[in-house]
Design a protein around this ligand. Structure first.
Ligand code: AMP
Ligand code: GLY
Length: 425
């Protein structure tokens, strides 16, 4: 079968790597991809925002199955547009993508269906901001309603700060249309974890938990980023904690979708805060995380492509995809100097051949310039290592960081270090 993965980051490289191991694949493409993905796929550097281009690629190359990595094409209805032709697209529908595409609607969904989440208010341009500030408990978390490339969340600690954030979001249009409305919610204390599910509209498959590192610098300092590293499994998600998350969060979410008449097929990402009072949903995402996918996919045994195909058909029970219980995976991101505000690009990248089958380089921000790879984005590569334990995987990942070199590279040195063992006692 001919398959195409849509996207260009390390998440999509990990997806393509997982799919390439399936005996069902004849040819695997990725669009727009990056040159680092050539180890597993044919890279098609086309403009995927142009639907006509995408339709032509699918038709001319005889693609039968499309796997969408990032959220934008999902929210924009690329699945629906492509499925007008004879191709199957693995992705949730645009209709159900409000779970990620609108924080306001996602929160309203949670409230309506009893999914535990931070208490919140919805604020629009016409609202009295002084009154909103008076009603809020501090610190307060302000979230742009629409997609903001992971940058739409700000924590305000004082009334003045909250007022300024609200003005910037609502009145100065900091995130354009995406911040015409905002959610102002209670700040939650606890340990974060992300849980991933594969859904076929009727049944589910657990894809594992992961923890990512959003702050740029070691010790959780510096600005927020797309994610500087991740690990899986997450030791503080003990079996009884997972059972509680399923009981209190996962099942009410799926029941809510059922009651709304929404069929969800694809990967569902639950961003959770494990608080003293139990698990709370921070956000839903309608796709894999980046860098979470880079550590989750190498933990999966079985046929990833077949699982996606079976999910599309509503026959997920027949899939052999399983999380390997005795395999830990750690991923460390190498980012460009100046990331996230102002990454310096165009730096030559030198790669030393890998000698260890338990190490993977999943590439993101690189391009080719006269037969030489140069940096072309903030996050350049995720160096991923497997091991029997998190310690072993972490040591292997850090040992192999030196296989990729470019001037000004930044990384965190504490990925999978100092992990709490227990939360929510
Ligand atoms: P979101 O995009 O909603 O997941 O928010 C991005 C990040 O902001 C989360 O991963 C958390 O680290 C943080 N965050 C979001 N909501 C809250 C909250 N209510 N309390 C504390 N931290 C939060
Ligand atoms: N790592 C966070 C995300 O993918 O949204």
């Amino acid at each position: 079968m001919r398959v195409i993965v849509i996207g260009k980051g390390a998440r999509e490289h990990a997806l393509a790597w997982g799919i390439s191991r399936s005996p069902l694949v004849d040819r695997l493409f990725v669009a727009p991809g990056n040159p680092g993905m050539r180890d597993v796929a044919e890279v098609l550097p086309v403009d995927i925002r142009d639907l006509d281009v995408l339709r032509r690629v699918v038709r001319d190359l005889g693609v039968e199955f499309v796997v969408i990595g990032p959220e934008d094409p999902i929210v924009q209805g690329v699945k629906e547009a492509l499925e007008e032709g004879p191709v199957r697209v693995f992705s949730p529908t645009a209709r159900v993508s409000f779970l990620e595409g609108s924080k306001v609607r996602a929160k309203q969904f949670m409230r309506k269906h009893g999914v535990p989440t931070a208490s919140f208010q919805v604020v629009g341009r016409g609202d009295d901001l002084d009154e909103v500030v008076r009603r809020s408990t501090l610190p307060a978390v302000v979230k742009a309603d629409g997609l903001a490339a992971g940058k739409g969340v700000t924590v305000a600690h004082t009334p003045v700060e909250l007022r300024n954030v609200l003005e910037a979001y609502l009145l100065e249009g900091k995130f354009g249309e995406a911040s015409r409305k905002v959610v102002v919610e209670e700040f939650l204390d606890g340990e974060e974890v992300s849980l991933f599910l594969l859904l076929d509209g009727k049944s589910l498959r657990h894809l594992g938990e992961a923890r990512d590192y959003k702050r740029l610098l070691t010790g959780d300092r510096g600005p927020n980023t797309g994610g500087m590293g991740a690990f899986s499994p997450v030791p503080y998600v003990a079996p009884e904690v997972r059972a509680q998350i399923y009981e209190e969060v996962v099942f009410p979410t799926l029941e809510g979708l059922r009651q709304e008449g929404l069929t969800y097929t694809g990967v569902l990402y639950l961003g959770l805060m494990l608080t003293e009072e139990g698990p709370r949903v921070l956000e839903y995402n309608v796709r894999f995380g980046d860098p979470e996918a880079q550590v989750l996919i190498p933990r999966l045994d079985g046929d990833l492509l077949e699982a996606f195909l079976l999910a599309w058909e509503g026959r997920l029970e027949e899939s052999d995809l399983r999380v390997a219980p005795d395999r830990a995976v750690v991923g460390v991101v190498l980012a460009s100097e100046g990331y996230p505000e102002n990454p310096h690009l165009g730096r030559p990248v030198v790669v030393r051949t890998l000698d260890d089958p338990q190490v993977h380089l999943f590439w993101a921000g690189i391009r080719e310039e006269q037969d030489q790879w140069v940096t072309s984005g903030g996050r350049v590569v995720t160096v991923v290592a497997e091991g029997k334990t998190l310690e072993e995987a972490r040591d292997r990942a850090y040992t192999h960081l030196s296989h990729v070199r470019f001037d000004g590279a930044q990384w965190r040195s504490d990925v999978a270090q100092n992990i709490p063992l227990q939360v929510m006692e």
